[in-house]
Design a protein around this ligand. Structure first.
Ligand SMILES: [Zn+2]
Length: 127
């Protein structure tokens, strides 16, 4: 018997509805083995709705690494805690770029946002 991801989701939904713990575990295990079988936002929403902590990480990591900004529609679907955690994780490298550093050209300390605030140099000293 081979189910695809959407079929296992239906199984999980039913197992949740009728409180069938054994079947629920099988469905979660099958979905887990597929790693990231659904579009990330869909999988994350689903994992939260049916309390499947095991299915949270792959979509979360995919969304952290994604190059496009989340759409308003995607943001509206996510629980606030996940949305917050996601934004914190996504903006972390950019905040790092804005930390105070010393310019290796004009040697002034200052906050950086991609370039030196004073002389426009693009690389900071590495500390
Ligand atoms: Zn400078």
């Amino acid at each position: 018997m081979t189910f695809d991801a959407d079929q296992w989701l239906s199984v999980l939904e039913m197992a949740h509805k009728y409180d069938m713990a054994g079947i629920r575990e099988i469905a979660i295990q099958e979905l887990k083995n597929m790693n990231l079988p659904l579009p990330p936002v869909k999988q994350l929403v689903f994992a939260r709705r049916y309390h499947c902590d095991e299915l949270v990480d792959p979509p979360f990591q995919a969304l952290v690494a994604r190059k496009e900004t989340l759409s308003k529609d995607e943001m509206a679907q996510l629980p606030l805690d996940d949305l917050h955690r996601l934004i914190v994780a996504r903006e972390k490298p950019f905040l790092k770029l804005m930390e105070e550093r010393r310019c290796n050209k004009c040697h002034l300390n200052g906050r950086w946002h991609l370039k030196c605030w004073n002389c426009g140099q693009l690389e900071a000293a590495p500390y």
